[in-house]
Design a protein around this ligand. Structure first.
Ligand code: NAD
Length: 605
């Protein structure tokens, strides 16, 4: 008979007498290491306790409602060997990982750094060798490199461009926010005329504006380079291609004579991001055809700008160029702007844009784009129910129809890593690919293409390589934010998703027309809504539209991650008068306690 192994609650920090809220296993179940056994809910967090043994469950020693602490035996498993070190539960405070006093010896093939001492050399070391290679220096890549270095690993960061920080810092999130801030100031100055204060027409010095944006970018990218140095992360510039599971060839780098350089590594974290999708039939070599990178360079303020794609990038860039004085037309293939976002959140944005832009066409696609001396003439066709407008000529055209994962072209077949037709790499919760010592994070992997997803995955991958048991990307929500005017933000379950998946939910909303702060600051069209589980009363998701929605979404995001009940939000004292109050007040609608609105009826699906 195989040995019986008791599986106790591992170190869960300072928590004692924590109630069991769910038991996931029964006697007779087959269980693997890392499978969840129970969910515990302290006053601060709810988290799952993974199994540290594999085999068949022989006894379950706890029930829902029992109180447990470190060492309480949860189950007894008839196992196939000794139990592993108890893994820390996901979501529980992780015990500090001690960084090795000295850099571990390089040149060994390992599964995790923890197993390194026993692992044999089984690959040829190149001139440049690292314990951990990170390919790509965007928010995912640099976070992975820095976390791995902080855990005592020897790290090499490879980036094709001279500047670190990837799309986000150089040609994405950060420069766009610098320009969107200016657009916001201009819009508010113009709107203050309604409140009795009139400014003169603004004059835009495009060179100075560009310089300001570049200064913001430079400060951040140099900051990243400085942090790499401080952590002793080596950085190599060059285009990396895998030539085997432990080798990468670097070409067209900025160093040396440009001859290829080979790198060997024990583990790699692939963080090579995504690229803009190109539409067929578009004359991309015409300088008046822009992608988002070109648009952020502020080449000119076109008289008429056509934006193809009413997603987040298209609308953020439209916001900038509209403020700078361009006449904007948006063409969106699907039947509404920002597909995937709930329509009630998009409505205040669409209303504002319809009043400002030359035109917004949904359910329409561009059929052809003909360059001439007068501009770029677009013809349109219906896509779905849309009404195609007559052909029109524009001074510039921005194509923002999405991004595609960069998994192809990295030589990953040579490394044995499976890449989908869409260029994505499938990963397990630790962000491990089908080749166990190779990890992938960020835009290359399934899920939303967002910097904050990548940075969290980055930490997980680095921690898994460092041997931290239980390292897993296991979150309940990843916030999305459109930095438009007004902003739109959402986290967790949306009504669109709930309807599609047949999930029961209750929805409550607090209209900002009833918020003194919103009325005083021009945000009365805003709204905060919460989706609540009708049975458990837990927060399932949230959506906000209005100024600062991107900041305000953090609180419901936190509630979601903590497994909070909607009552927790309602009972949290929010400062008055703030926009953040709207979260508490929406929760009061759910609780039936709101007094800042007429008597409310709840809507349940
Ligand atoms: P997107 O997928 O968000 O939007 C592209 C839009 O183009 C969609 O609405 C799509 O329906 C439309 N479209 C596709 N083909 C079209 C065609 N032929 N004609 C007209 N419209 C067409 O992609 P994006 O805006 O390019 O952004 C790319 C990625 O970067 C997204 O994942 C986005 O979430 C992310 N991003 C996020 C932020 C942010 O968080 N604020 C900012 C920028 C980008």
């Amino acid at each position: 008979m195989s040995p019986l192994v008791e599986v106790p609650v591992p170190d869960i920090g300072d928590f004692t007498d924590v109630p069991v809220t769910e038991v996931f296993v029964s006697v007779g179940d087959a269980i693997a290491i890392e499978d969840p056994i129970v969910e515990l809910e302290s006053d601060k967090a709810s988290f799952e306790v993974p199994s540290s043994a594999a085999g068949t469950v022989k006894e379950v020693r706890v029930r829902v409602g029992d109180k447990v602490g470190e060492g309480t035996v949860l189950i007894v498993v008839e196992g196939d060997g000794e139990p592993a070190e108890p893994a820390p539960p996901a979501g529980a405070p992780a015990p500090e990982v001690e960084a090795p006093a000295a850099q571990p010896a390089v040149g060994r093939s390992t599964t995790t750094a923890a197993e390194q001492a026993d692992a044999p050399d089984d690959f040829e070391r190149a001139e440049v060798h690292a314990q951990v290679l990170v390919l790509g220096s965007g928010p995912g890549g640099y976070s992975a490199a820095f976390r791995a270095a902080d855990l005592g690993l020897d790290v090499l960061l490879v980036e094709r461009y001279p500047s670190l920080g990837g799309v986000c810092l150089n040609v994405g999130c950060i420069p766009s926010k610098a320009l969107l801030h200016v657009a916001k100031v201009m819009a508010e100055a113009a709107e203050s005329a309604d409140h009795g204060v009139t400014f003169g027409e603004p004059t835009v010095d495009l060179d100075a504006l560009r310089a300001h944006k570049e200064q913001v970018v430079a400060r951040l990218t140099q900051g990243v380079a400085g942090m790499a140095q401080r952590r002793k992360v080596r950085v190599l510039q060059g285009e990396g291609r895998f030539t085997g599971p432990h080798h990468l060839e670097l070409t067209s780098g900025g160093d040396g004579d440009g001859s290829p350089q080979t790198v060997s590594f024990e583990h790699a974290i692939i963080a090579a991001g995504s690229s803009v999708v190109r539409l067929p039939g578009i004359p991309y070599d015409d300088p008046r055809v822009w992608d988002s990178t070109r648009a952020l360079e502020l080449p000119e303020i076109p008289g008429r700008l056509l934006v193809i794609g009413g997603g987040i990038i298209g609308l953020e860039m439209a916001t900038v160029y509209d403020a700078l004085g361009a006449k904007v037309t948006v063409v969106e293939l699907s039947d509404g702007l920002i597909p995937g976002c709930d329509r009630d959140l998009v409505k205040p944005l669409q209303t504002r844009l319809a009043a400002r832009y030359e035109a917004i066409h949904t359910g329409v696609r561009v059929e052809s784009l003909e360059p001439s001396d007068d501009g770029l003439t677009a013809t349109f066709a219906a896509a779905g129910d849309g009404e195609p407008p007559a052909p029109a000529t524009f001074d510039a055209v921005l194509v923002a129809v999405g991004r595609a994962a960069n998994g192809k072209g990295l030589g990953l077949d040579q490394a044995g890593v499976a890449v989908t037709d869409r260029g994505q790499i499938e990963v397990d919760p630790a962000r491990r690919t089908n080749v166990p010592h190779l990890y992938a994070i960020g835009d290359l992997t399934p899920g939303p293409m967002l910097a904050h997803k990548a940075t969290h995955e980055a930490h997980v991958a680095a921690e898994a390589i460092a041997g931290q048991a239980g390292a897993a990307f296991d979150v309940r929500g990843i916030p999305s934010v459109a930095y438009t005017d007004p902003e739109i933000a959402w986290v967790g379950l949306t009504e669109t998703q709930a309807e599609a998946d047949g999930i029961d939910y209750e929805v409550v909303a607090f209209p900002w027309a009833a918020s003194g702060r919103a009325l005083a600051t021009g945000g009365s069209a805003g709204k905060t809504k919460l989706l609540v589980d009708p049975a458990s009363r837990r927060v399932l998701g949230a959506g906000i539209v209005g100024p600062n929605a991107g900041e305000l979404i953090a609180e419901p995001g936190f509630a979601l991650e903590m497994g909070a009940d909607v009552a927790d939000l309602a009972l949290t004292v929010h400062a008055h008068p703030t926009l953040s109050e709207s979260v508490g007040l929406a929760a009061e609608v759910a609780e039936g306690t709101v007094t800042d609105l007429p008597p409310q009826r709840k809507r349940t699906r």
